[in-house]
Design a protein around this ligand. Structure first.
Ligand code: 2P0
Length: 344
């Protein structure tokens, strides 16, 4: 086939964290996780495929913001190889992939979830076996995204993406994320995320390397158990609207993630002094105003400030007056939660 397709896909932020992979299989999580997609932080990807002819070897070209980036090829080629057993046509085609993010490159925001979510959506659409209206389309997109980057599998649903076998949700699986279908109390709907860019640029230890350190980690088993408990309590807070409980789990999960990094061998610290300064300010402001808000962290120094969207103006004011000094170049990015891949 000679075809092209274009999708944009949101990034996501985990509420209960994926940290550690199963020993067997490819990119299977050691514990279940759940996240909100970030509708306003997206990767847009155009994929062009053309058939291999006359015994040519298939080629892949990747462009980020219209600049060819051979350094991205190893990860993308591995991803395509892993999907090929399901989509055999991949090995008989050349690929040209044009991707861009709507957030500043090098802002320290993980772009791999949005990027692989968009790539996976393009592959499922090009394949043509399923319509977007068929849930299998999104199961496949999620599964393929996972094969590129684990957390990317949670980027394909409007609803919170739940990934990994979890005893309380029968349909849950390690293979792909599913949309959380339980009720969500109005108290926990319409939340937003302000990503405080504490430090841009590459982090010192990649997430893939970080996951691998769990294999020999003294606390790994305890952490995996705790993730199940966190998820159970988080889903209960979704149902009851207990914001206090929600905040406690989300903040504890962020700190547990970083505690695992700090207690790996070799140990490492991705938080910066300004990460802690911002967290202290968030706690102080919450105590003073009682606005429903909390922080979470990804595998980096940036602080995600999650808050009830009905307090948007107050939070903007708070960020602008109290948190900007801790942001590199005064940069922060705001997003609604929810949103899914869109065909363009
Ligand atoms: C998460 N993170 O749940 C956790 C918490 C970052 C912090 O999954 O090796 O890029 O591609 O599966 O998904 C980041 O790791 O790692 C991550 P791979 P990934 O979002």
């Amino acid at each position: 086939m000679n075809k092209e397709v274009k999708y944009s896909c949101p990034s996501n932020i985990a509420l209960v964290k994926y940290w550690g992979k199963k020993e067997s299989g490819t990119q299977l999580p050691a514990n279940p996780s759940i996240s909100w997609t970030l509708n306003d932080l997206r990767a847009t990807t155009r994929m062009v495929v053309s058939p291999v002819v006359n015994g040519e070897s298939p080629t892949v070209k990747f462009y980020l913001a219209n600049i060819e980036k051979p350094s991205f090829l190893p990860k993308i080629e591995t991803f395509l190889k892993r999907v090929t057993p399901e989509l055999g046509w991949i090995s008989e085609h050349h690929f040209e992939i044009y991707s861009e993010n709507n957030f500043p490159h090098g802002a320290g925001i993980a772009s791999s979830a949005a990027g692989f979510g968009a790539l996976a959506s393009c592959l499922v659409a090009l394949d043509g076996q399923w319509e977007e209206s068929d849930p299998v389309f999104w199961e496949k997109a999620s599964k393929f995204a996972r094969l590129g980057s684990g957390s990317a599998c949670r980027s394909v649903y409007n609803e919170p993406g739940l990934w990994g076998e979890f005893e309380e949700v029968l349909e849950s699986t390690d293979d792909f994320a599913i949309p959380y279908s339980g009720s969500i109390h109005p108290n926990l709907q319409g939340w937003k995320d302000a990503v405080l860019i504490i430090e841009d640029g590459e982090k010192s230890v990649s997430s893939t390397a970080g996951h691998a350190l769990l294999k020999e980690h003294a606390y790994a088993e305890a952490r995996y158990k705790q993730a199940h408990k966190s998820l159970s309590a988080l889903l209960s807070s979704f149902k009851t609207g207990d914001v206090q409980q929600f905040i406690e789990i989300v903040e504890s999960e962020a700190l547990q993630l970083h505690a695992m990094m700090m207690s790996s061998i070799p140990y490492y610290v991705l938080m910066k002094p300004n990460t802690l300064e911002a967290i202290e300010k968030i706690w102080k402001h919450r105590n003073e105003t009682l606005i429903p808000m909390c922080f979470t962290l990804d595998a980096g120094a940036n602080v995600h400030l999650l808050y009830d969207g009905s307090y948007h103006e107050q939070i903007q004011n708070f960020i602008n007056t109290e948190l900007l000094p801790y942001c590199q170049n005064g940069l922060y990015l705001c997003s609604d939660t929810g949103g899914k891949p869109t065909k363009l």
